[in-house]
Design a protein. Structure first.
Length: 428
């Protein structure tokens, strides 16, 4: 009886898959591009922000297909975008019946638009999300169930390209995860686990695609420390910062980890956990800049991160990597916070900072006492259970990229600056 039920389920899935294909053909949603093509696949992998949770979808996929000549596709190399779920059969049903109940705005939509605009007509941009909401990093590793599903989708895209005789490569994966490890105080060594996860994905992708180039991780940064139950910005050992600091460390130290941007400059739904659709579009625009640098061999994208600390008397000098000078203190786009988000915490939990000044590509933190062995921090603050540019963990430091880099969404134009990544560094 059990075997009979399994056969019926399998037949049902096959029938649904065939029906989806027929619907796709009838509605012209199948990929009809001809000639030699190169498929550049850049998926996003992570937890709820990777899936765009709560971000109302503002990308119209019919227009997307028309405006970019069908060059933006999903993992099946067609245009049946829809809600993503853990099980593939659920995806099939959603696409078959056009169910968009849990279909949200993803950062990779804007990224794909920017790439399609800048790359030639012989290039196809393949995008899709992987992972699942409320997933700590252990649930995304090779040992967990979400990892093989993500690999399956990459392989599906490769096989579809191979059938058409097209070239296929994965230059990068956009990484959007960390909130669960911050909130739940998971016991994993986040930095070590992320390093191994990247190594496993890099190896697996190269086996599938036979590409020689390594796969980069393009890293946003979660800034969700204030929604963790035990968070206190005066704690000398701020364990909530480990996932976010790991991202800064990798961008500084590892050639295969590149920056997109932090989340705090944007609006959050209910000011809690998920950035809104405009925030997703900002991250997508930054992703596109980084991916283009990877594709074109223009070198590493660091974003706006601290490069080093030095001490002059009682002052700390934070030397930044500044993508687009000059540095700017901006209290308009991000609400003012004490000392523009900087703090210097000593071993007894006192904030000894008294003033902040900009000096070229570095920031001077003026302290009341010696900062040696203190924790120098940025954007480690915020109201309890709040996120975002108004009341969450935040800082007021950005570069000037937005003077020339702008995006238009639903008739409104936004400057796209690089905002400083949140950090927690020991002053030696």
């Amino acid at each position: 009886m059990k075997h009979f039920r399994k056969i019926l389920i399998a037949l049902g899935i096959l029938i649904m898959g065939f029906a989806v294909y027929i619907v796709a053909v009838i509605t012209h949603y199948h990929c009809t591009l001809e000639g030699h093509k190169t498929v550049i696949c850049i998926p996003v992998y992570g937890q709820s922000l990777a899936l765009g949770e709560e971000a109302a979808r503002i990308t119209d996929f019919d227009s997307l297909r028309i405006n970019y000549d069908g060059r933006i596709v999903n993992e099946h190399l067609n245009y049946q975008f829809g809600g993503y779920a853990e099980q593939r059969w659920r995806r099939t049903i959603k696409r078959l019946f056009g169910i968009h109940k849990r279909s949200f705005e993803l950062s990779i939509y804007r990224m794909a638009e920017e790439l399609a605009t800048q790359l030639g007509n012989d290039t196809i941009i393949c995008i899709f999300p992987g992972g699942m909401g409320e997933s700590p990093i252990r649930n995304l590793t090779k040992r967990a169930t979400l990892y093989p599903r993500f690999i399956y989708d990459i392989n599906e895209a490769y096989m579809q390209a191979k059938k058409r005789g097209w070239e296929f490569c994965v230059p990068a994966i956009c990484w959007m995860q960390g909130e669960s490890d911050i909130r739940e105080y998971t016991k994993e060594d986040y930095k070590e686990t992320l390093k191994q996860l990247h190594a496993d994905l890099n190896k697996a992708v190269k086996v599938i695609t036979h590409q020689k180039m390594d796969v980069h991780f393009v890293c946003y940064q979660s800034n969700a420390v204030s929604i963790a139950d035990r968070f206190n910005f005066l704690d000398y050992n701020c364990i909530e910062m480990k996932p976010s600091q790991a991202i800064v460390d990798f961008i500084n130290e590892d050639s295969l980890f590149d920056a997109s941007g932090p989340t705090y400059p944007y609006n959050f739904m209910r000011e809690y956990l998920h950035i809104d659709a405009i925030g997703q579009q900002h991250i997508g625009y930054l992703d596109a800049i980084t991916v283009m640098n990877i594709i074109k061999g223009k070198g590493k994208t660091y974003g706006l991160i601290p490069q080093s600390l030095s001490v002059e008397g009682n002052d700390v000098i934070v030397n930044f990597r500044v993508p687009c000078p000059p540095l700017v203190i901006d209290t308009v786009n991000v609400k003012y916070t004490d000392h523009y988000g900087f703090s210097v915490i000593n071993c007894v939990g006192e904030n000894i900072i008294s003033d902040v000044s900009l000096e070229g590509d570095h920031v001077r933190l003026i302290c009341n006492n010696s900062p040696i062995n203190c924790k120098v921090r940025y954007a480690v603050n915020g109201d309890k259970l709040k996120s975002g540019r108004l009341h969450g963990p935040r800082g007021n430091l950005r570069d000037s990229q937005g003077e020339t880099a702008k995006m238009t969404v639903q008739g409104t134009t936004y400057p796209v600056h690089n905002w400083a990544y949140q950090f927690d560094l020991l002053c030696k």
